[in-house]
Ligand binder design. Structure first.
Ligand SMILES: *Cc1c(COP(=O)(O)O)cnc(C)c1O
Length: 362
């Protein structure tokens, strides 16, 4: 079966000697290899204020900590995501407040977000689900008008663009994940990008127990307890090498996605997702709505291709029971959306076969 997700690993001849060098270098903790990966990310994303961290979840948690989100606060978020977006909010003690999605895209609906704002709202969490970019024009307006900061969960959206520039410097915080199945993996890892350079210093401390790496250990004073969220040199070297291949790998996702956008137009039973103005998706998964989804999935399995909705909606978990509310557009979207494979492992022959099968019907 052609899978929906698959880790890309740089060629063995390139990766293994570099890993071996680091492992036996005598310095495997956070050091040069980690920092050079961080520099690479800054170049790639065009933002000088980026910290590499252990996971996407750690990046999200740091963003919330920097905003001092705590019990009694509210964070507006979406149920249409992978669980860590919202468990990261839950661990701060704040209440997740669900806004509804745009039924055409599955992404948060700015109008619904507006209606959910209260004096307790500390942040708006946006998820560029499956690599599609949220309606940033509208969300920036909301943030400017209300002063409520935006956290972008860009775990699915490495390489996606807003106004022609890569996601990663539009909002106060943008969080990336380099977990196994994302566009780029470092086995596990993540990054947090800041639009305000003032956030980088406290974030760096929170990343390392609350200590300041620039001050000697004996002179350090912890004013606020932090976490162990930094990366080690092994993750750093894997990241450096993976990052060299990232442009090519991501461009494969994008060219496959664009191919589907054209080839699947006007097919009965298929409703394609419109992309918001000034946004360019990076197609981590190809996403669309289909009629009779169960049979669609069976038909695709029949040609050896996985088609499936990938994520369980977050709002039905009991940990979020207190947040439950009516989300009619989410109901509509959730009953029809489906993903088909779109990544670097989907070659021309396969993509042609997928399109032909969908055209034949189900
Ligand atoms: C993968 C993912 C995360 C968390 O990333 P980890 O690196 O696994 O902690 C957060 N949000 C979304 C939407 C994800 O898919």
């Amino acid at each position: 079966m052609i899978p929906l997700v698959k880790p890309y690993m740089a060629p063995r001849e390139e990766l293994m000697p570099a890993i071996e060098d680091v492992l036996y270098s005598g310095y495997i903790a956070e050091g040069e290899a980690a920092w050079r990966f961080e520099d690479g990310l800054k170049d790639f994303l065009g933002n000088p204020n980026i910290l590499a961290v252990q996971s996407g979840t750690a990046a999200l948690h740091l963003a919330l900590l920097l905003l001092n989100v705590e019990s009694g606060d509210e964070v507006i978020s979406t149920p249409m995501t992978s669980e860590p977006t919202n468990t990261a909010i839950a661990i701060t003690g704040a209440k997740v407040v669900w806004a509804d999605v745009d039924p055409n895209t599955g992404l948060l609906d700015p109008e619904s977000v507006r209606k959910k704002i209260t004096e307790r709202t500390k942040a708006i969490m946006l998820v560029h689900y499956a690599g599609m970019v949220c309606d940033m024009d509208e969300f920036h307006k909301i943030s400017d008008e209300t002063g409520i900061p935006i956290i972008e969960d860009a775990a699915h959206a490495l390489g996606a663009k807003y106004q022609g520039k890569m996601i990663g410097s539009n909002s106060r915080f943008t969080c990336f994940s380099f977990q196994a199945i994302k566009h780029m993996t470092t086995v596990d890892g993540g990054a947090i990008a800041f639009s305000d350079s003032n956030d980088a210093t406290p974030a760096r401390k929170l990343r390392w127990f609350g200590l300041d790496k620039k001050v000697s250990r004996l002179e350090n004073d912890i004013a606020r307890a932090g976490y162990k969220y930094g990366i080690n040199n092994l993750t750093g070297i894997i990241g450096q090498i993976q990052l060299k291949h990232a442009p090519e790998v991501i461009s494969k996702y994008i060219s496959n996605g664009k191919y589907y956008d054209e080839a699947l137009k006007g097919i009965s039973g298929v409703k394609l997702v419109p992309y918001y103005e000034h946004t360019e998706p990076s197609y981590w998964l190809y996403t669309m709505k289909v009629e009779d989804r169960e049979n669609f999935i069976k038909m695709m399995a029949g040609i050896g291709v996985t088609a499936s909705p990938l994520h369980h909606r977050s709002d039905t978990h009991s940990v979020f029971a207190e947040s439950r509310c009516d989300l009619p557009n989410m109901e509509e979207w959730y009953s029809k959306y489906v993903h088909i494979p779109c990544g670097w492992w989907v070659d021309e022959e396969t993509i042609g076969r997928i399109v032909e099968a969908i055209k034949r019907g189900w």
